[in-house]
Unconditional design. Structure first.
Length: 285
């Protein structure tokens, strides 16, 4: 499947399409997942994207913000994106209701390298809202399960209340073909998962690097220590993939807002192997 931006040639590349919010799932105290559908039904048929890509979403009168598409291209009934409330646009999105309309332009950016994951043992490592882009990839992989070997998912959040996508975590825990490990920084009386930071738990479960690829998304501090832990576990930089989330404006490689070293995250990323970025991300991580 190829990425297909639905804007026809010659049209204003910044003009968003209208999307109707068809469902809103509260994930945590500050995070919601929105299910959306194109208002113009024909776009539903022509739109496609790949796991890892993002879009620009607008709340009219408030502004535009960048979010990954957190649903999988293998499940195209509708699109999903998940929003942590941190500022102006994210707060405005959190005020919206089912039936409201937002703007959407995309998909933009590159995607997770599914061809390099095929036939490998996969290790997904996520933290907080960082599970959103990984979730698209995990659903994609699980919908084509026979293409991959062992699947391990390690996901962490500050507390049990901060775990996003609890319905997915439960389904993956029940799936006999997935090894699911959930951890929180601070446990509670009824908490049955692990207690400890993601990199600590990673070193405890000691996944083998042989024939494996690791994909990690989360807050910069988690990524920084997870990369160190993966190195200790003998993962080479070319076996590790991550996403960068620099602040963006155009999403199209035109405004220069998102560059890190020589790369534009919106155009060259947001998905990178650690090998590609290790020499110039030290300030960001
Ligand atoms: C490729 C990509 C994918 C993303 N996917 C998601 C996602 O799936 N879910 C999600 O909740 N967020 C995601 N983000 C982050 C999201 O874009 C920002 O949180 C959002 O733009 C904030 O908008 P705002 O108007 O509410 O915040 P503002 O009012 O603009 O800012 C509020 C605060 O957040 C800081 N901030 C804003 N954007 C960023 C950023 N990109 N990185 C670090 N700090 C930032 C500002 O500096 C400020 O301190 C993604 C970002 C990128 C670049
Ligand atoms: S966001 Fe404009 S160049 Fe990347």
């Amino acid at each position: 499947m190829n990425q297909r931006n639905v804007f026809p040639e010659g049209k204003n590349i910044y003009q968003p399409h209208l999307m109707e919010i068809i469902n809103i799932i509260p994930e945590t105290g500050d995070t919601k997942t929105f299910h959306i559908q194109f208002v113009e039904a024909s776009l539903h048929e022509t739109f496609s994207f790949l796991s890892g890509q993002f879009a620009e979403y607008s709340v009219f009168g408030e502004g535009e913000a960048t979010f990954c598409i957190s649903s999988s291209p293998t499940r195209m009934d509708h699109l999903e994106f998940s929003v942590k409330r941190v500022g102006r646009v994210t707060s405005a999105l959190h005020q919206l209701n089912q039936g409201d309309t937002i703007g959407f332009r995309g998909p933009y950016g590159n995607h997770f390298p599914l061809d390099r994951l095929k036939g490998k043992n996969l290790l997904f490592i996520g933290g907080g809202i960082g599970l959103a882009p990984l979730r698209s990839l995990i659903h994609n992989v699980l919908d084509n399960r026979s293409d991959y070997q062992d699947i391990t998912i390690l996901y962490g959040a500050r507390s049990p209340q901060d775990l996003c996508f609890k319905y997915d975590l439960e389904a993956w825990s029940r799936n006999p073909l997935v090894r699911m490990i959930t951890t929180v920084d601070v446990g509670e009386k009824d908490w049955k998962g692990k207690v400890g930071l993601v990199p600590m738990v990673l070193e405890e479960i000691r996944p083998s690097a042989d024939g494996a690829v690791a994909v990690t998304c989360g807050p910069p501090i988690m990524i920084r220590y997870t990369l160190k832990s993966l190195e200790k576990l003998a993962f080479t930089p070319s076996q590790v993939w991550t996403t960068l989330e620099m602040k963006m404006k155009c999403g199209l490689g035109k405004c220069g807002r998102c560059n890190v070293g020589p790369i534009y995250v919106c155009k060259d990323g947001p998905v990178f192997s650690f090998e590609e970025i290790r020499n110039f991300i030290s300030d960001e991580f």
